[in-house]
Ligand binder design. Structure first.
Ligand SMILES: [Zn+2]
Length: 638
């Protein structure tokens, strides 16, 4: 139960119709709906469950003029309502049934709904159109055979969240059981609209009705940017089908012409926008996040939108500013042209023995088709899609997720091991000795090959990447650029600088050289197979000439979303006093013989730390300095 709704319940409980005025849950709601201590609690006869100017109500449901109620009989009374509201029943699918059109909103309207609705946990939606009523009350009526209040005492109250009162007079038809607990957000919390995608816990934060509105908002955004043709794809997570149905309904309601690609890797959605010349696309995916997460990556043209553009979509939902039209839907097989185009690019001169771990994500079925066309012996791990990810978490940046792969590479005497995240836009790799190649080491391997053909090429790395990588690119005649973490941001920077290659520690690899410039782990895997096949020496020897440095993997420290940015800021300011600090993204502190990084994750409530130094002693020393500063900043923030 959301504290805001409890607050609203207690506020309404203590307010009478006469004195309700503007007093409402507004303060609790306006602050984001999490705290209620500022709300006054006037004494008086508890008459109304819920009363607030609708602007407040709108804020309470994140800006959409909808209210959801889970119950079977309600009274609704509104004042100064110009439009007759539409009252609809929603079930779990985005289908709807209009039960009744309210006409007389100066009086109490009563709606009776089948008990079955409550069993189904269906919702009632009250839609006010563009004209907003100034006041609104919602409450349940006793649904008793003798017709009313008398049954009240015998009625069991829902635990904790409902309350009852005796009628004030004979003329008092105010409902007697009030349901604050049933008011729930119809749409999406603003916090899930992140820097480079829209992402949350599927069951808790991505309700179908909210996702339908998101679809209509994305459709509206793209249509207004002359992009009515939209490609839609999803990953194999258990919640993806539901989110797909809801999002599709919204896209069609906006009037989009949708091409549905089904369950495919994220890079195939990117590819489809090029191949089918679409105006944009939406990928439904939780990427490498735990299996209960899901989210949306939105393409406008050939770019993934980020930052302010994602906020514009949120504002379309908040203002209910939607296009409407007659959409259309077709389904297309994108895997066949994709597999043909990729496989045609590679001729492996020497047969490569490769182990691949698809982690039960989307990579398996498509990568198998590519490998069948290449000169290699393929050993498959977890190629069947399973959205529960039963074998290991689909995140190849975490060494524990690569243990099956390492073991299989050694057992099979393979030349190379490959791993993919849940939606196949991130690659992991191990050499023939079972050593993990982190993102910046892979970048060195890729960059050297490109620079051997394209001297002077621009190559982009992120703030977490090793100094070795930047130095090596420069030593091989390249132009290295350090940039922010985040696939949308890297992609955008790449287009601005005409870079040939970009890459992140997370395994997002972007090839503009010979390819389209989007992050495609299946394509990156083929590039690595090609390098291994062309090399005379094993993969482990390719990086043996690099200066020795000690480094940590990504260290993730739990930190609440609302605190993480201020902690980073405090640590940055602490070190800026006496160190050189690169502040492109968080703080990369130069300690002289190494560096330390702290930044806030855009996708999880964590701080990301990484360290590199010339010796293990220095590494520990730098790490301790930063971790102490983080601990101190966290204490001060709480
Ligand atoms: Zn991913």
């Amino acid at each position: 139960m959301d504290a805001a709704y409890n607050a609203r319940a207690s506020a309404a409980r203590n307010s009478s119709f006469a004195e309700r005025s503007v007093y409402s849950s507004s303060r609790a709601v306006d602050r984001g709906g999490t705290k209620d201590q500022a709300a006054p609690r006037p004494r008086g006869d508890p008459s109304f469950l819920f009363h607030a100017p609708l602007t407040t109500l709108i804020a309470g449901v994140n800006g959409s003029p909808f209210v959801h109620v889970d119950l079977f009989t309600i009274n609704i009374r509104g004042r100064n309502i110009d439009d007759a509201p539409r009252i609809q029943v929603l079930n779990q699918r985005p289908q709807r049934q209009v039960l009744r059109l309210g006409q007389r909103w100066d009086a109490v309207d009563q709606i009776r709904l089948p008990r079955q609705m409550r069993k189904n946990r269906d919702a009632i939606q009250i839609h006010f159109g563009q004209k907003k009523p100034r006041a609104l009350e919602i409450a349940e009526t006793p649904d008793a055979p003798d017709g009313g209040e008398h049954a009240l005492a015998a009625r069991e109250q829902p635990p904790g969240h409902a309350f009852a009162r005796e009628p004030k007079s004979e003329n008092d038809h105010t409902p007697t059981l009030y349901f604050a607990w049933m008011l729930k957000p119809a749409t999406l919390k603003p916090t899930i609209f992140r820097e480079y995608d829209i992402r949350g816990i599927a069951d808790a934060e991505l309700p179908s009705e909210g996702v339908r509105l998101l679809g209509q908002a994305i459709g509206t955004y793209l249509i207004r940017h002359d992009s009515r043709q939209i490609n839609l794809a999803r990953d194999c997570r258990l919640s993806s089908d539901r989110l797909h149905d809801a999002l599709l309904a919204g896209l069609l309601a906006a009037g989009c012409h949708v091409t549905d690609l089904g369950v495919v890797p994220t890079p195939l959605l990117y590819y489809s926008v090029f191949h089918l010349k679409a105006g944009g696309g939406v990928m439904i995916t939780g990427s490498h996040n735990p299996s209960d997460y899901n989210g949306f990556k939105v393409m406008h043209g050939k770019s993934t939108i980020h930052g302010e553009e994602i906020q514009k979509i949120l504002r379309l939902i908040q203002s209910a500013d939607f296009e409407t039209g007659e959409g259309s839907l077709r389904c297309v097989d994108i895997a066949t042209p994709y597999v043909d185009e990729i496989a045609a690019q590679f001729r492996l001169p020497r047969r490569v023995r490769v182990v691949s771990d698809a982690g039960n994500g989307t990579a398996g079925p498509v990568f198998r088709r590519i490998l069948e066309k290449l000169n290699c012996d393929s050993i498959e791990l977890f190629f069947d899609m399973d959205g529960r990810f039963p074998n290991h978490h689909p995140d190849p940046t975490q060494p524990e997720n690569l243990q099956h792969l390492v073991a299989a590479v050694l057992a099979n005497k393979a030349d190379v091991g490959l791993a993919f995240d849940g939606d196949s836009d991130r690659i992991g790799a191990v050499d023939e000795k079972g050593n993990i190649l982190y993102g910046d080491q892979l970048m060195i391997v890729y960059a050297r090959e490109i620079l051997s053909r394209k001297p002077g090429a621009t190559i982009i790395g992120e703030v977490k990447s090793s100094q070795n990588m930047y130095d090596d690119i420069r030593r091989h005649g390249g132009n290295p650029i350090m940039w922010k973490t985040g696939h949308s941001l890297i992609k955008a920077r790449m287009q601005e600088t005409h870079a040939e290659l970009a890459g992140e520690m997370s395994g997002h690899m972007f090839f503009a050289d010979r390819y389209y410039g989007f992050d495609d782990a299946l394509y990156a895997a083929c590039r690595l197979l090609e390098i291994v096949s062309n090399a005379t020496a094993p993969l482990s020897s390719q990086l043996s000439d690099l200066p020795r440095v000690e480094s940590t993997p990504e260290i993730r420290v739990d930190c609440p979303d609302e605190k993480k940015f201020s902690v980073v800021k405090a640590v940055r300011e602490r070190f800026q006093r006496d160190h050189e600090v690169i502040d492109i993204d968080g703080a990369r502190i130069n300690f002289g013989q190494g560096w330390g990084l702290i930044r806030a994750s855009n996708t999880q409530p964590v701080l990301v730390l990484r360290f590199e130094a010339q010796t293990a002693e220095l590494l520990n020393q730098y790490r301790k300095q930063v971790e102490d500063a983080v601990a101190e900043a966290s204490r001060q923030e709480s």
